[in-house]
Design a binder for this molecule. Sequence first.
Ligand SMILES: [Fe+2]
Ligand SMILES: [Fe+2]
Length: 214
Amino acid sequence: MDTLRHLGPLDRLLDSAQNALTTVLGEPRAERRNPGASTPDAPLDAGQSRHSAGLMRINHTGEVCAQALYIGQAAVARDPATRAHLLEAAQEETDHLAWCADRLRELDSRPSLLNPLWYAGSWAIGAAAGLRGDGWNLGFVVETERQVEAHLAEHLQTLPEADARSRAILSVMKDDEARHADNALAAGARILPSPIPTLMAAMSTVMKTVAYRL
Ligand SMILES: [Fe+2]
Ligand SMILES: [Fe+2]
């Protein structure tokens, strides 16, 4: 942890660049086993498979955004405890990212082509939030996680009935996101003032509409 305290601006930027490359172009590795791995892979027809792939592409992009938001915030966080908190949250998002990528491959599909763009936009929002102070940083974590949790609940309803593998992944993700929000609240998050939550929801609606197809 001591090394974190001595990270200069250049180290922080290089950290961010490395994370961006791995998240968007590389193959992030999960630390935990894919929750869908032991679930039988039931056959889906072409329409079901396309719909599942669209939803899992949205979830994959959501994780790219979460990753970028936290890394952007960590890059400018002043307090080492907040920075450690953000990097720890980002690590569990890496599991989610890897699991969604696995499922997209199984569905013969691919991640969104616009992920580099979503990463850049989310990193910038994260850094801007982080510059306002650590209470804001954690407030963004709470709001992001609550919104992701709600949309995972919606996807669990709208996934094809037979797609138990995607469902297994999303259930564990949903529990993780709820815990991330609770931890950030306990660590001293401030509640974000309006219209920030509404703007975040609007941006995620655009992301979901585009990522379902592209
Ligand atoms: Fe996540
Ligand atoms: Fe999360």
